[in-house]
Write a protein that binds this ligand. Structure first.
Ligand code: KG4
Ligand code: ZN
Length: 493
């Protein structure tokens, strides 16, 4: 016996079974086709020398609720537990998608089915009179409640200590402590300072998250922690805390990828992440362009920065202009009154010769140097520069190159969705140009709320919860900090 998801290629065998099982109540071939094709539906077939049973699950995205649409077993295969097996697979799927309940309706005279559903945990919640026509038979509405896992997530990859708590795909708490201020006198994140700040912040941030969610450590079903990519010393603090909590409270632990966490953050915004998507992750620590077809199993790194991260470029150019750290917000503000076309700064890795090897990679160090040269030259020549024009032109160059490459990726891979993440997403011009270009190209733009865009514990908890909901085994306690963790590794063993 063999389970597999059905496609329209299976339509004729499905219809054969449909008409033999349901006779005059059978769906038309057109209805069946549209149900199988619907992106909200999951149709599962069971094969044994041909199709012997099938069942369909429908889940409206973000509803946290699924419906069993149909279930059919060929008369020759009855009494072998096939209906139960199909139902169990659909329930597994509903759980993995984050559903908190599954509903179905069944003829009141179908006692065999009603008792099967009851044995799977479904309860009668309503009766719809004369629902089945023309037989005039009532429908029993049944519901299965699913308790999704309560997961605590710890983030410490860079300068943010984050502890988040989710239940399934729902956000319960997102506590954060940033050591940004402590780095300001150095003009950038100092790894040692960040690690020490995590040590001091981790316990209070944990307590804050537990209070915010109104839960206690004993209620938590699993602990997730970002084990890379990031600063080794910073990562070790979060990992140490997570392992200690897991051991002391006897909880399973999941070591997850920080970058995939950024992509998964959108789940907490609307209950699901629509896939496939291109994801552009831009912060002080990373600049990555990803193609994600499946959050837990199919993410590809298309490109990343070969030198400075986008946020780092903002911070460095801010220094050149005499602005305080973090430079991103400062430049953004100053640029608002400047002319983005005043100076033509270079777009890194955009020349035809670069595009062969570095089609989706980024480079900002040449741009930073160009800004510094421009300012130095003006000073040497005794000219005064217009800082607002410099800021606006620099910002334009960063935004242009980020979005040109991201939208090229959408076009090349036929993906009509773009998700943004990371602290640089706060940039007003990036948001504006992203909106304009996505609209012009017919691409759906997703920008989660800012507290979910910057580094945070909730996105780590959410990715952990998705692993739990899909039945992934926990990590062993042997995992370590992986500064350069690849995006293909969603969970470390
Ligand atoms: O994701 P994030 O909060 O944390 C880390 O990278 O750790 O990103 C911080 C980065 C900083 O480099 C900051 O300058 C940049 O995001 N940033 C901005 C803006 N706001 C923050 N960059 C450009 N424009 C902004 N409005
Ligand atoms: Zn990040």
């Amino acid at each position: 016996m063999d389970f597999r998801g059905l496609t329209v290629d299976d339509l004729s065998s499905v219809m054969e079974l449909e008409s033999s099982v349901f006779v005059s109540d059978a769906w038309s071939s057109e209805s069946m086709r549209s149900e199988i094709e619907s992106p909200n539906n999951f149709y599962l077939g069971l094969f044994e020398d041909g199709l012997i049973g099938y069942a369909g699950l429908s889940t409206i995205p973000g509803s946290f609720s699924s419906d069993i649409q149909t279930i059919a077993v060929s008369s020759a295969a009855r009494g072998r537990g096939i209906g139960r097996a199909l139902m169990q697979e659909l329930l597994r799927k509903a759980k993995a998608q984050g559903s908190e309940q599954v509903l179905l309706e069944v003829r009141i005279d179908n006692e065999v089915a009603i008792s099967l559903y009851a044995s799977l945990g479904f309860e009668r919640i309503d009766v719809r009179k004369r629902y089945y026509q023309p037989d005039n038979v009532d429908a029993v509405i049944m519901r299965l409640r699913i308790t999704q896992p309560l997961v605590l997530g710890i983030e410490s990859t860079c300068d943010e200590t984050g502890v988040g708590i989710v239940r399934g795909n729902r956000l319960l708490a997102n506590a954060l402590h940033s050591s940004m201020d402590e780095h300001s006198k150095y003009g950038g994140v100092v790894p040692e300072v960040a690690a020490r700040a995590h040590l001091e912040a981790i316990a209070p941030t944990l307590n804050k998250a537990l209070a915010e969610a109104g839960v206690q450590m004993k209620d938590i079903d699993a602990i997730a922690v970002a084990n890379g990519p990031g600063l080794a010393g910073a990562l070790m603090v979060g990992i140490g805390a997570a392992k200690g909590l897991a051991l002391a409270n006897d909880k399973p632990i999941y070591a997850v990828n920080h970058l995939i966490g950024h992509v998964g953050a959108d789940v907490l915004e609307r209950g699901y992440v629509q896939l496939p998507t291109i994801a552009l992750l831009v912060s002080g620590g990373h600049t990555s362009l990803l193609l994600v077809r499946d959050l837990l199993g199919d993410a590809v790194l298309l490109g990343e920065t070969i030198d400075d991260a986008a946020g780092e470029a903002f911070d460095k150019v801010a220094r050149v202009l005499g602005l305080p750290y973090p430079g991103g917000p400062q430049i953004d503000k100053l640029a608002a009154t400047g002319d983005p076309k005043a100076i033509r700064f270079p777009r890194g890795l955009s020349l035809p010769k670069d595009m062969e090897k570095h089609r989706y990679d980024f480079s900002f160090s040449g741009l930073k140097t160009a800004v510094a040269r421009y300012v130095e030259k003006a000073e040497a020549d005794g000219e005064t520069i217009n800082p607002a024009d410099v800021a606006a032109s620099f910002r334009e160059a960063v935004v242009d190159v980020l979005l040109t490459k991201a939208l090229n990726a959408c076009a090349e891979f036929g993906v009509d969705r773009l998700l943004l993440g990371g602290g640089v997403v706060a940039n007003a011009r990036l948001r504006e140009v992203a909106q304009q270009r996505c609209e012009a190209a017919g691409i759906e733009l997703r920008i989660p709320r800012f507290s979910l865009c910057t580094d945070n514990g909730a996105m780590i908890a959410s990715l952990g919860a998705q692993l739990v909901m899909s039945g992934h085994a926990p990590s062993s306690l042997g995992f370590g900090a992986e500064s350069t963790l690849e995006v293909t590794v969603v969970q470390s063993p």
